[in-house]
Write a protein that binds this ligand. Sequence first.
Ligand SMILES: [Zn+2]
Ligand SMILES: [Zn+2]
Length: 118
Amino acid sequence: MPFDLFALQMATSMAQTHAAEVRRTLDAFDSDAQQERRLERNECKRCFYLWQRVCGQAFTEYKCIACGSDERWHNTCCPKLCIPCAHRYRVCRRCTGDISMRKRKALEPRKRQKRSMA
Ligand SMILES: [Zn+2]
Ligand SMILES: [Zn+2]
């Protein structure tokens, strides 16, 4: 494509579109727009909103890096942890960081106090 006014206008338009997409993505990240779906997938905000993955369409075997259980995933972008381990440690299955991206001082967070049944 030659460099002319049309090329300049196209490039400007693409730059504006890209910037607007990044802004929308960051807005969704900041507001945790799909929190319910994100927590169902056991992913932190970074992995859910900001990490673009290219996955192959093939069932893939993987081992949970915490407990070693054999797992299966519906494409080639496997998580690192099984669901019970993600819940137990309250971490993201993808990056293994804290599910709320908070600083942590213990591998296993303290259990929430159970409400009394009285
Ligand atoms: Zn596990
Ligand atoms: Zn993550």
